[in-house]
Design a protein around this ligand. Structure first.
Ligand SMILES: [Zn+2]
Ligand SMILES: [Zn+2]
Length: 638
């Protein structure tokens, strides 16, 4: 054992036999598999089959991430068995892995699965659970396995088998259901008590739209009921917060089939929300000594040859177009434009660092199947910036970027994140010494900022190391957001230079960075994080005026004009409707303040303020209300 305890075993002793001697009963009941070196094996594995005289066994607890993976993948087998038991041999099985938070299994079946089917499948699964059916592993020759699955008509398994290298494969049997699988699995079905089928979706075999469309049944499984319950609650909460649903209800954005998938159309309120973010972003960058650039959406195809995008990035780019017999290309990135601005004049070390930012709209190809609301789109606006500096300035620049980055995220309520430092991959450009220096600079900056981070070995881009920041929303979900990348490649390709102190030409370091990532995606995350209930400074509409009767209409009109002039984002609802009805509509629109106007307010020149929570504030003057809004915005923006 890793703790040092050791025992000798002989004959046909299995891992389970060893654990029975080495672990307490309680520990043993929670151990679902063991790690031997880098691999996980079943408890039923014979010790002598592991082929070592001394074997260190690392118990994998069912509640751990590895344990839950095994549990969920086993539940996928359990579900496939139930589906075949219920719907017979006409159903064909494809693959069924564990995924984050659960598992799925792909089936070929003519009739679509319905929610009623879910109940029958779950009931059938529970039957097997009660039967304590063992998962048995068998190693057979590949030919034998192919024959077996051919006989069952399971052509997907046969296709997979034909591509597997090696002569033997392992099969797992649960009752009469046999699956091609590497394992490991739980010892028997009684481990699989806590599960739930979640949804069904179409999925092409191997993700290729030329292949057969399959039905993907998603489910989840946990080691205890409480964890499942919490997960299902979170899922419900996430559904309520779906930015596509809220985006429609709140009139923020739309996507039109006539315009094209993955292309976002901002409606007035969404456009206002976006402008508020853009204005804040620009001001914050100005305060941090950045200069703003604007660049076009197309450039000559040759530019993208020089940049290397045509060689390394073409699958994400759209076809080129001819203008006066010269080929042009829609931009997938902003970097070459900023380099062109850099190269428009001779640069000296004295100018450094140059910090240039742009809200640059780029276009990248994504398959239709992966497009998703604001989160995966084909045209989006990066909050991009490029910093040109000397090597000795790199660490400080990274520190400054991190500072600005975390400031901006905090303003939007994000103060939980995971930070990754990605180092040199196998294929790379630039010298090893440069990589080392740059990686050290990134690491030093993180340390100086007092930030916890994880190293992602070999996950850097081919042109330089990078820092990625994943933010956590209120539901604890992670979103890839900021990225800071050092680049040795583009300055080389474009022969970017500056005159150093020594009067000679040197190559500057180029940093690419995006803090929010893209405005589309970031706003999608914001909508879900706030559940559409934006703080006052971000609310497209901060207050809505509503009269009790027509008698106050003129007064309402006056204060509407006054508030608008003083910069409050205001709306009016002067319809001849019951007040309660107007209030309910304002609440659904998630407007922070309702100004309720009756005779008393009109006579005294005041407004009665109702918060969206339902709380009423004492009557105040229109001026005081405008001041209150201004104060709240200032406080939020620090
Ligand atoms: Zn399996
Ligand atoms: Zn760039």
């Amino acid at each position: 054992m890793p703790e040092g305890e050791a025992k000798g075993f002989g004959g046909d002793a299995s891992v389970a036999d060893a654990l029975a001697e080495l672990l307490s009963n309680k520990q043993r009941k929670q151990t679902v598999a063991v790690g031997v070196g880098d691999t996980l094996v079943d408890l039923s594995t014979r010790l002598d089959s592991l082929g070592q005289e001394k074997i260190e066994l690392r118990p994998v607890l069912i509640s751990s991430a590895e344990g839950l993976d095994i549990l969920r993948h086993s539940t996928a087998h359990l579900m496939a068995k139930a589906v075949l038991d219920l719907y017979g041999p006409k159903v064909k099985v494809a693959i069924g892995p564990a995924i984050e938070d659960g598992f799925y299994y792909d089936f070929e079946r003519e009739t679509p699965f319905t929610p009623e089917d879910f109940e029958s499948i779950e009931a059938k699964m529970q039957e097997t659970v009660k039967g304590r059916v063992p998962f048995t592993r068998k190693v057979v020759s590949k030919a034998e396995a192919i024959a077996l699955f051919e006989e069952k008509g399971e052509q997907y398994k046969v296709e997979l088998l034909k591509e597997i290298e090696g002569d033997t494969v392992s099969l797992y049997q649960l009752g009469d259901f046999v699956d091609l699988c590497r394992g490991p699995h739980v010892p028997n079905s009684s481990w699989l008590q806590v599960f739930k089928l979640i949804k069904v979706a179409g999925a092409y075999w191997r993700g290729d739209e030329h292949n057969q469309m399959l039905q993907r049944l998603y489910g989840t499984a946990f080691d205890d009921k409480k964890r499942l319950k919490k997960y299902l609650n979170d899922l419900e909460e996430a559904k309520k917060r779906d930015h596509r649903k809220l985006g429609k209800e709140l009139g923020l954005f739309t996507i039109s089939d006539q315009v094209g998938p993955g292309l976002i159309l901002w409606q007035p309120k969404g456009a206002l929300l976006r402008r508020l973010i853009e204005d804040y972003w620009k001001e914050e960058h100005y305060r941090h000594d950045y200069e703003l650039l604007y660049t076009p959406h197309i450039a000559k195809l040759d530019l993208w040859k020089t940049s290397g995008h045509l060689d390394f990035y073409s699958e994400n780019m759209y076809s080129s177009m001819a203008i006066d017999d010269v080929q042009y290309q829609l931009k997938p990135m902003n970097c070459p434009f900023h380099i062109a601005i850099y190269k428009s004049q001779l640069r000296s070390y004295r100018e450094f660092p140059l910090r240039w930012c742009e809200l640059g709209t780029v276009y990248r190809y994504e398959r239709t199947g992966v497009l998703h609301g604001l989160l995966r789109v084909r045209g989006f606006t990066q909050d991009d910036a490029h910093i040109f500096c000397r090597p000795d300035q790199l660490e400080e620049e990274i520190f400054n970027i991190l500072d600005l980055n975390l400031n901006i995220l905090a303003t939007f309520g994000f103060d939980q994140y995971d930070i990754y430092l990605s180092t040199r991959p196998d294929k790379y450009v630039g010298s090893e010494a440069h990589w080392q220096k740059a990686t050290d600079a990134l690491e030093q900056a993180l340390k100086k900022k007092g930030l916890a981070y994880q190293i992602d070995p070999g996950e850097g881009v081919f042109y330089g190391p990078k820092i990625d920041i994943k933010i956590k929303d209120v539901l604890g979900r992670s979103w890839q957001c900021s990225t800071i990348q050092v680049d040795f490649n583009l300055p080389e390709r474009f022969e970017v230079n500056y005159i150093g102190e020594d009067g000679r030409e040197h190559q500057p370091i180029m940093i690419h960075r995006a803090l929010m990532g893209s405005l589309e995606r970031f706003i999608g995350v914001l909508i879900e994080n706030y559940a559409g209930t934006f703080p006052v400074w971000l609310s497209p509409v901060q207050a809505r005026i509503m009269n009790i009767t027509d008698a106050q209409a003129d007064y309402c009109e006056n204060i509407y004009q006054e508030l608008r002039r003083s910069g409050v984002r205001i709306e009016k609802d002067l319809r001849n409707e019951k007040l309660n009805y107007k209030i309910r509509e304002a609440q659904l629109a998630k407007v922070p303040y309702m100004l309720v106007i009756g005779d008393r307010e009109a006579e005294s020149g005041t407004v009665t303020v109702r918060e969206r929570s339902g709380k009423n504030l004492p009557p105040m003057s229109v001026k005081d209300f405008a001041a209150k809004i201004k104060e709240e915005c200032t406080a939020a923006l620090g």
